[in-house]
Design a protein around this ligand. Sequence first.
Ligand SMILES: O=C(O)CCC(=O)c1ccccc1C(=O)O
Ligand SMILES: [Mg+2]
Length: 371
Amino acid sequence: MPIPITQIKLKRLRMKLNHPFTTSFGEMRDKDFFITEAIDTEERSGFGESVAFPAPWYTEETVETNAHVMKDFLIPLLHENTISHPHDVREIFSPIKRNNMAKAALEGAIWDLDAKRKNQTLAEVLGGHKSEIDAGISIGIQPTIDDLLQKVGDHIQQGYKRIKLKIKPGSDVKTLREVRKQFPDIPIMADANSAYTLQDLNRLKQLDEFNLMMIEQPLAHDDITDHAQLQALIQTPICLDESIHSAADARKAIDLGSCRVINVKIGRVGGLTEALAIHDLCRERGIDVWCGGMLEAGVGRAHNIALTTLPQFNLPGDTAGSSLYWERDIIQPEVIVHNGTITAPDKPGIGYEIDQEALEAYMIDEMVFDL
Ligand SMILES: O=C(O)CCC(=O)c1ccccc1C(=O)O
Ligand SMILES: [Mg+2]
């Protein structure tokens, strides 16, 4: 039985972040992205969210390339093909190279719609069983060390299960030493967003003294071989983020010994079907996985929560409470973190209602496509 999709809507939203988010590649003050909607013959709606940023800092995709690729290539493919199961979308999109965030944004809406048609939660159709998931937090680079210590303390107080700090050359060893002095035992990890090269080996070796859970993406965004060399020389487990775009990439990185942990982002890997393949591979190979974040609004956050209910997501991810990011999120209820955990919703699909009033208020453009 095909999924009878009659229409796709792309709603472009602009939302202001409560706090600017700074990484080794730059500062973000607001989010500009698409909410995708897939509508069936019974006027049920499934929702997805695009995660590319306005500039190609993190990967090559941008909000504009997402719009172009969805509109001119991916939506026409949905028009020409029959979808029996959300798994089919990966194959249907395969003639289009990369553009994973554009693919994931549409695929996500179809997964949600399918789950709603089956009256099951998105977690259930993905094969996830956890009723609660552990929440971590990613703290951007702060103006001063005192600001950072304050933030770390606040989040620990709120129960977050691990703290991720952004580092870059010059804002690393000293910063981590201060944080460790004040918080000797908390689970901490560092994310470099590709700010180092093998030339920085001595500096990276120094990080071993801080007992970090892992260091995320220390070297180039497109590298797996240098990471293998580095992993052999440092004790801190390496986690790959930017380097992994598919289950095939993950297999090669694991074979080479480039990482001991993988950060799965649904957008970066091209959708939930590919994310599931990476999950299964890591489960087989004994590699820890967790779900990364892209400063998502509620719909993307809900997708991350559903994915994280799968068993191999055995470390806290970046999915934190809505209120840390947004004055008002676009879902009802918002994502709430209680004692460091998020309760997986039990309603069908993504399990949260769209707050239509909020969505309308943030919307700056809408495109509608009949299939
Ligand atoms: O809070 C979040 O959503 C995670 C934030 C985060 O670390 C991040 C945010 C923007 C771009 C890249 C990254 C990353 O994980 O590298
Ligand atoms: Mg990262």
